[in-house]
Design a protein around this ligand. Structure first.
Ligand SMILES: N[C@@H](CCC(=O)N[C@@H](CS)C(=O)NCC(=O)O)C(=O)O
Length: 201
């Protein structure tokens, strides 16, 4: 029996998991969930109630998007997203950690600025900008974040930059982060991204 992926189409954590699964070619069944009405089976196997979650037939459960990416790529990694070089691995993990632990909370404040009226939307955006500047500088000499090719870092991070862009696309596309824009547009325009964003029946 195939593993079952609980997913939510627009969630950046779920998108990164689906990207790795699709790139690996590993077959899974998918179940789109409503975050407002999470299925009982999902909460039974993963009480923390976030997506994505991958449930195996033998009862094993992966409930972190990065673990799902790494599991899929450990089965098959035709695009060589997992690096061999320990330095690249360390840098990649450090960038992803920064994205998840520092940038993502700032992105949420920017995205939901109306719920946090103590500061303006522009203020929250400014707080998030140093990460954009860092990525933009990395992309000024190369088309990829590191290692001269797409790796786990590009795939784990770009769904969050897409979400940042979508808060105010006019601001984003007029910003000084032109290398970041080129990189994001390339990934959003990729066949792989289109495949993982297809609507399920
Ligand atoms: N650390 C988790 C975070 C996953 C996460 O926060 N997912 C959000 C959706 S983007 C979620 O399920 N939130 C629960 C909710 O909104 O009820 C991971 O990497 O998988």
């Amino acid at each position: 029996m195939k593993p079952l992926l609980y997913t939510f189409r627009r969630c950046p954590f779920a998108i990164r998991a689906r990207l790795a699964i699709k790139a690996s070619g590993v077959e899974v069944d998918t179940q789109e969930v409503s975050l407002r009405a999470k299925p009982k089976e999902l909460l039974e196997c993963s009480p923390k109630g976030t997506v994505p979650v991958l449930r195996f037939a033998d009862g094993r459960v992966l409930e972190q998007s990065l673990d799902i990416m790494q599991w899929a790529l450990s089965q098959n990694d035709p695009e060589h997203w997992l690096a061999d070089d320990p330095e690249v691995v360390a840098e990649s993990m450090s960038l992803i950690k920064h994205n998840d632990e520092s940038f993502k909370p700032k992105l949420d404040l920017y995205k939901y600025a109306v719920r946090f009226p103590q500061y303006s939307e522009a203020y929250y955006r400014e707080q998030a900008e140093p990460f954009l500047a860092d990525l933009n500088a990395r992309l000024s000499n190369d088309s990829y974040l590191l290692a001269g090719r797409y790796t786990l870092a590009d795939m784990a991070i770009f769904p969050f930059i897409r979400q940042f862009c979508n808060v105010n696309p006019d601001w984003f596309y007029a910003s000084k982060y032109q290398h970041l824009i080129r990189w994001l547009d390339g990934l959003i325009g990729s066949a792989l991204f289109h495949r993982v964003m297809q609507k399920q029946d």
